[in-house]
Unconditional design. Structure first.
Lengths: 205, 81
């Protein structure tokens, strides 16, 4: 069932009134989203699965504190974000030094120059090679860019929601998102071009 | 006013999100009409965003749902007691 057609507030009220099992149904549409977020932050499947499970458990335990003024999905995103961030902090303390030192936000990099990228071939994503390349590029973004990119371009939060979830200004969201997109373009465009096999959709690169 | 390529690159994100002020939008659009390089950069950025937003990029590991719901079931049962 499409998320918009479900009456989530009624489901939540029923869960809080004692029908705990309904929680299984409530979260089903969000499983992939929560996992994807955790994975892009933690860069490791096992850690991501663990963090995703923990986020869902926390959502269940704290369901009573969910206020209807945000969407349930957005609330879940912020729980996942907190969970992933606190794990990264723990990991970084162990590592002593973070790999995610924010680079200069003012600097401008030159995008990858290429011509004639025309249509998106949906077949491209059927290839594991391409999916892995995309995953790698996203997870390789420095954290401050990765989190903005994840919230805006993957979870499709609004600029305001992303700013709120991350505790940064709207202007920072915009600047970081732009940088993230340009980093991905620079990294991915040449790689996608290189691995493109000589197939009928070669023309798109 | 004519703008250079590097200034257009600064506006790619805003262009894709349709948040550019009308005067800037007009300059960027004019530039794109005759600059193949910037048009290609814009297209590749747009395409990469479409690709990265696709559900198939981050697929759930095998058995993810089963393990998750088993763990939740335990929790739900605990709450009842």
């Amino acid at each position: 069932m499409a998320i918009e057609l479900r009456d989530e507030s009624r489901m939540i009220a029923a869960i809080l009134a004692g029908d705990g099992r309904l929680f299984h149904e409530l979260i089903r549409p969000y499983e992939r989203r929560v996992y994807a977020m955790a994975l892009s932050f933690l860069r490791n499947e096992a850690d991501a699965e663990d963090a995703a499970q923990e986020a869902f458990l926390k959502a269940f335990r704290n369901l009573a504190s969910f206020r209807g003024d945000a969407k349930f999905g957005t609330w879940l995103v912020s729980i996942t974000l907190n969970e992933a961030r606190s794990r990264i902090r723990r990991r970084d303390t162990i590592k002593m030094q973070s790999l995610d030192e924010p680079p200069d936000e003012q600097g401008q990099s030159v995008p990858a120059l290429l011509r004639d990228w025309k249509e998106i071939p949906s077949e491209a994503l059927e290839r594991k090679e391409v999916r892995l390349l995309l995953q790698k590029a996203i997870t390789a973004l420095p954290l401050i860019y990765r989190e903005v990119f994840q919230l805006r371009d993957i979870e499709e939060l609004s600029v305001n929601e992303a700013a709120q979830a991350l505790g940064i200004s709207i202007a920072s969201v915009k600047v970081r998102l732009h940088r993230a997109r340009m980093m991905l373009q620079k990294n991915l465009a040449p790689q996608l071009k290189q691995i493109a096999p000589k197939r009928r959709w070669l023309a798109w690169l | 006013m004519v703008i250079e390529c590097k200034h257009v690159w600064e506006h790619i994100s805003g262009y894709l999100d349709q948040t550019l002020p009308p005067d800037v939008l007009e300059q960027v659009q004019k530039h794109l009409e005759h600059c193949e390089i910037c048009s290609a950069i814009l297209d590749s950025t747009r395409n990469i965003l479409i690709l990265t937003a696709d559900d198939r990029v981050f697929e759930l590991p095998l058995g993810f749902s089963e393990r998750l719901h088993a763990r939740l079931e335990e929790e739900i049962r605990k709450m009842k007691h």
